[in-house]
Structures are given as C-alpha cells and as structure tokens.
Design a protein around this ligand. Structure first.
Ligand SMILES: Nc1ncnc2c1ncn2[C@@H]1O[C@H](COP(=O)(O)OP(=O)(O)OP(=O)(O)O)[C@@H](O)[C@H]1O
Ligand SMILES: [Mg+2]
Length: 287
C-alpha cells in the first residue's frame, strides 16, 4: 500500500481493545473510529478507565501484555497491522512520538538529559555523529524554552523541576521531527500554572512543526485551548465527537455536560500566561 499525501495522517477504523481476565474477555475500547488530518489536533477526553490510554497505546503498538486489538489503524495510508515489531519500533521513533504523564518514569535518572536525547536521536538516525546529535539536542531544548540550553544539556533529570522535565520530554520528541505527537495526560502531575505553560508549549510546537497532535486528558479544560476537535469517551466507547467549540457550546451528551460542569477556568490562566509572557525559564522559577 502506498502513502497518500492528501488523506488523513491517522485513520482509526472500528478499533476495539480487549483483555483476557479471570472473568473472560472484556473490551476496554469498543468500535472506535476517528480520523486525524495532517497538522490537525484532537483531544481525547473521558473519566478514568474510559479507554483513552489504551486507544493511544493501540495506535503506537504498545498495548500491555494480554491486550489485543481488532480493527484497522492506518498511518499515512499504511495499515499498521501489516508492520513487523521492528517496523513498529522505527515507526515510533521516526514518525510518531508519545509523551506520558510522568517524565521521571521516561527519563533515566543516571544519565544526563542531553545524553538521553542524543542516544534516542542516534538510534533512529543511522550515521549521525554524536556531535551533530548534541547540536540537535541543544536546539530542541532551546525550542522548548529551556534557558541556557548549552549548559543545561549536561544536567541530570533530578536537577530539573517537574515542568522542566516535561519540557525535556517534549524536546526529545521534537528532536525526532515526528508527524504525530501523542501526549497522554502530560500535565496531570504539574501544578496549574506550570500546566498552562506546558499546554501552551504543546500548542506552539504543534503549530510551528506542523505535526498532528493527540492530547489525552480527563479534564475538558485542558483540551479546550489546544485542540480543534474532541472525542469524549465513556466506558470504552465514543459518546461524542465534534469541534471543541461545538462541544463547549452545545454538548449533546449528559456525560459530556457533567465533564463540562467540572471545568475550572484553566483557559483564564493560559490567557494570563500569554499576555504576561512569564514562561518560567529562570532557575529561580523552576517549579
Ligand atoms: N493490563 C490490563 N489488563 C486488564 N485490564 C486493563 C489493563 N490495562 C488497562 N485495563 C483496563 O482498561 C480500561 C481502560 O484503561 P485506560 O488506561 O485506557 O483508561 P484511561 O481512560 O486512560 O484512564 P485514566 O484517565 O485513569 O488514565 C480500564 O478499565 C482498565 O482497568
Ligand atoms: Mg490513561
């Protein structure tokens, strides 16, 4: 099958994910279909256990042991189901990147952050020198507004705050120039001001690189400022799908309405961040 430059970047058709448990086979995602255009952004929202992470892990070919998927996932027109494990590994490094809730679990505490970006980069770019990879790493850290990147690149993960570590994970993803970025609850572990900065950064990165973005969260406020479209999931099924504006103005589903009622005005915080331009890059502001 050939790539189709004008089709959607990602198309998910009737995806189901199931686990075999003592009680038998249970579907944790059921018949989910959606498309993500090139350069487009999509929020996946729903309460805990609704199947958001399993959906993204299915796309990345990273379902936990015991999980199986049915349905078709096409990336750039290619059915990922036809890929070998080796092809999926290179897909994950070259074309798609995932950012998780807790950057500490993704960063190795014993290696300098620059070394980790360099290694990740070189493992997917055959023949790139260490020196060139280091240049890419510093540039990526600069792009996520890490002050004094040329020296911070040699620091260890514990020398950064939680918000800064999440910036480093975004930098690591950026270095690979992915076409798709999936961020699964990237701000849940952070305090609200830092959350706004990271969301702002994700939106900025997405528009400057033209990558497509899937942002997963249980919090509708989080996606409202960042993504054009939203899927609302409940118990493994999509209960609502529409533009962010449409869903905020007229949610069709009771469940969505309840999620909306729980929305704190984080967008106000983001508005404040934009106007005062106080992105924390000074060591003293490292939260
Ligand atoms: N390894 C597993 N074995 C069996 N069931 C699992 C496994 N991993 C996840 N599940 C189940 O799959 C369902 C969906 O989980 P998922 O992690 O996708 O939820 P989520 O929407 O991401 O929730 P959260 O907001 O808490 O991250 C849950 O009911 C969960 O218990
Ligand atoms: Mg999850």
């Amino acid at each position: 099958m050939t790539a189709q430059a004008d089709g959607p970047l990602l198309s998910v058709e009737e995806l189901s994910v199931s686990f075999r448990t003592a009680a038998g086979e249970t579907d944790v995602v059921r018949d989910l279909s959606f498309e993500l255009p090139r350069g487009g952004s999509l929020g996946i929202v729903g309460e805990s256990g609704s199947g958001k992470s399993m959906t993204s892990l299915a796309v990345m070919g990273l379902l936990p042991k015991g999980g199986t998927k049915r349905g078709t996932i096409r990336f750039d027109g290619i059915d990922l189901g036809t890929y070998s494990e080796r092809q999926m590994r290179s897909f994950r490094g070259d074309r798609a990147a995932m950012i998780f809730q807790d950057p500490l679990s993704s960063l190795n505490p014993y290696y300098r952050v620059g070394t980790q970006i360099v290694e990740a980069y070189r493992s997917h770019r055959a023949g790139v020198s260490r020196r060139e990879a280091r240049r890419v790493a510093i540039e990526a850290l600069e792009r996520v507004h890490i002050h004094d990147a040329a020296s911070r690149v040699d620091h260890y993960p514990h020398q950064f705050s939680g918000g800064m570590r999440q910036r480093i994970m975004i930098a690591m993803a950026l270095a690979m120039e992915p076409e798709l970025i999936i961020a699964d609850e990237p701000t849940t572990a952070l305090d609200v001001t830092v959350q706004a900065q990271i969301l702002d950064l994700l939106a900025e990165v997405q528009s400057s690189t033209g990558a497509s973005l899937i942002l997963i969260t249980h919090d509708l406020a989080v996606v409202s400022e960042v993504t054009e479209n939203i899927i609302v999931m409940k118990e493994g099924e999509m209960v609502e799908h529409g533009t962010t504006e449409g869903i905020f103005c007229g949610p069709r589903n009771d469940y969505t309405r309840r999620l909306l009622d729980a929305v704190p005005r984080i967008d106000d915080v983001i508005g404040t961040m934009r106007t005062t331009d106080t992105i924390a890059t000074m060591p003293g502001d490292d939260r």
